[in-house]
Ligand binder design. Structure first.
Ligand SMILES: C=C(O[C@@H]1C=C(C(=O)O)C=C[C@H]1O)C(=O)O
Length: 268
């Protein structure tokens, strides 16, 4: 009877809600989840990073591939698994795009889809490029406004497209590496509650399997804009290893040091 009741209860348990970034860079990790039996225990919710962050803050998801810049705003947080969206040097898809050299930039438009990269850009403008342009938050697509002395921070697939359009492309992963000598973490699997160890272990394995299946992901994802195999293996760096954890701590320390203003979470 006891076992029966447990079984009934298990059947009724809600699936764990997992927020995923709807960019190409998340595809290998998501591919791994979809190939794994862990997929039966989860519900995937795909959106752009700022909205995944908002959902974790509001508690409508349990875990997400979340911009790390929102970690200080969570009442409770756990950084799960050995996998992330990171880089060690140039990342290709997080850049400051401009028509003029960086020292001539007067205004920077900040991508509404981002939380980490816009915070990183503020740090780099101040500490690395040492300029103080006017910073403007955006709400919708703004790429056609990148002209004259108005530059823009663009992330994700749209940044891969913008590389072919802007005269000057300043890679934020590369600039961070030049400034600190460290890799960088843009997003990690952050939960707002402690999730069962067995689930996290299976989730971790699924991520690893996905990264090991990059050739299959590339084969099933036609993308004429950028060589995806190069993107997944030379630019994006998925392992959340010790140097990346140190880089994450440094970034979070710089965030509290510099950007005292709260992260504004936009409504959809
Ligand atoms: C490298 C990237 O990392 C992304 C950048 C994020 C941000 O700026 O908040 C969040 C999630 C990541 O997927 C990218 O999207 O190009």
């Amino acid at each position: 009877m006891f076992y029966y009741l447990c079984a009934v209860k298990l059947n009724q348990l809600e699936k764990i809600k997992v927020g995923i970034v709807n960019y190409l860079n998340a595809k290998p990790l998501v591919y791994g989840l979809k190939q794994s039996s862990v997929i039966h225990d989860i519900e995937l919710i795909a959106d752009y990073p700022a909205n995944i962050a908002r959902q974790l803050l509001e508690g409508t998801i349990d875990i997400g591939l979340v911009p790390v810049a929102v970690i200080p705003h969570l009442k409770e947080h756990y950084i799960n698994t050995d996998w992330c969206i990171g880089c060690d040097g140039p990342v290709a898809s997080v850049c400051l795009f401009s028509e003029v050299p960086v020292e001539q930039i007067e205004t920077v438009l900040l991508d509404y889809q981002s939380r980490t990269s816009v915070a990183l850009a503020k740090i780099l403008l101040r500490e690395h490029w040492k300029i103080q342009p006017r910073l403007v938050d955006t709400k919708t697509d703004f790429r056609t406004d990148i002209k004259g002395t108005t530059a823009g921070v663009v992330i994700g697939d749209r940044a891969l497209e913008q590389r072919n359009k802007s005269a000057y492309v300043y890679d934020l992963g590369e600039a961070w590496k030049q400034m600190t000598g460290l890799p960088f973490v843009f997003a990690a699997w952050v939960s707002n509650k402690k999730l069962p160890d067995a689930f996290i272990a299976a989730f971790n394995q699924a991520n690893e399997a996905g990264v090991n299946m990059i050739p299959s992901v590339v084969a099933t994802t036609p993308y004429p804009v950028f060589d995806l195999h190069t993107y997944y293996t030379h630019f994006i760096n998925y392992q959340l290893d010790q140097p990346k954890r140190e880089a994450l701590q440094l970034f979070l320390a710089k965030l509290t040091e510099h950007t005292k203003e709260p992260v504004v979470m936009e409504q959809k």
